[in-house]
Design a protein around this ligand. Structure first.
Ligand SMILES: O=P(O)(O)O[C@H]1O[C@H](CO)[C@@H](O)[C@H]1O
Ligand SMILES: O=c1cc[nH]c(=O)[nH]1
Length: 299
């Protein structure tokens, strides 16, 4: 029998309040969530709601889903964490779908609580996925990047976490087999996708070498030198803002993870994101299609 996922924190007890996702150990976690095998996360609430509805159809309306009492077209699923007011959370068959907001701090909070949820629920064989958007480095917008290694803004392949006034570095790599399987789904769906390294920063503007933020005290030459170095020396193919924390905490918990991000701009050409809404929605849909297909094939 597969081993139950177990966090190593000795302070965890049978009573726990997952404050930001509005759940606690008195909410029948093993009965409601013990079958979860996939946790899918992404920044926006709307994207994750749409993804949950897509999965509900793709997986043939699985019975072990949490449904809303007042369904409307495209809104059949219950937002389990609605009363928390911070994140949305849907359950579709063996999949938990959650949004994480922008950046490592917002992700870290909900990821800690999702890890505690699967611990208390006694889940087995769980994989984590981030489906997101990113700025491509030399990539045609709409290309999907499946992250191999995450680098922070200092071009270090790690997640830096401050604990009791000290900084600890955790490796920030994803699972190669998941990446390969997702690339295969992309090929079958004729979605342009590559495996590459990702830079996960703590800022959208200056840390990603954008000249068009509220502030900028570096030159165009410094910007292009940095982008060239990231591309040529470190194999960076896209920028986003959660890959280090996501891969760092999943690895720390001994869980497999994948990061699948579409690109919405080619940073070698411009800084601002100018594509129209329908094109952005189309590009944003590609990672959802790939991860939904991967889950359908593997569950
Ligand atoms: O599309 P999502 O998942 O939000 O991710 C990307 O978009 C946000 C910035 O616009 C950052 O959170 C970045 O990581
Ligand atoms: O350029 C981009 C686009 C999306 N998200 C980012 O963090 N950077």
């Amino acid at each position: 029998m597969a081993e139950k996922f177990c966090l190593s924190n000795p302070n965890l007890t049978d009573e726990d309040h997952l404050y930001h996702i509005a759940l606690s150990t008195s909410d029948n976690l093993p009965q409601r969530f013990g079958d979860v095998k996939y946790v899918c996360m992404g920044g926006k609430e709307r994207r994750m709601q749409k993804f949950a509805e897509l999965l509900y159809d793709t997986l043939g309306k699985p019975k072990n889903s949490e449904l809303t009492e007042q369904p409307t077209p495209g809104h059949r699923l219950k937002n389990i964490s609605q009363s928390g007011g911070r994140y949305c959370f849907y359950k579709v068959g063996p999949v938990a779908i959650v949004n994480h907001g922008i950046g490592n701090p917002s992700l870290s909070v909900v990821l800690n609580e999702m890890l505690k949820l699967i611990h208390h629920a006694g889940c087995t064989d769980v994989s984590f996925f981030r489906i997101g958007t990113s700025g491509g480095l030399g990539m045609k917008p709409g290309t999907v990047i499946i992250t191999k290694q995450a680098y922070n803004g200092l071009l270090e392949n790690c997640y830096r976490q401050v604990i009791c006034g000290k900084e600890i570095r955790y490796p920030a790599d994803t699972n190669p087999q998941l990446a390969e399987d997702l690339l295969k789904c992309a090929k079958d769906f004729k979605i342009e996708a590559i495996a590459g390294n990702t830079m996960g920063t703590n800022d959208f503007f200056e840390e990603q070498a954008r000249l068009d933020g509220a502030f900028c005290e570096f030159s165009r030459q410094e910007k292009s030198d940095f982008l060239k170095r990231a591309h040529d020396e470190f194999g960076i193919r896209n920028f986003e803002m959660e890959s280090c924390c996501f891969s760092g905490l999943c690895a720390r918990a001994n869980l497999k993870c994948a990061i699948v991000c579409t690109t919405v701009v080619n940073r070698l050409e411009r800084d601002d994101v100018t594509a129209d809404k329908s094109l952005l929605e189309e590009w944003e849909f590609y990672p959802q299609q790939l991860v939904a297909e991967y889950i359908k094939r593997s569950c």
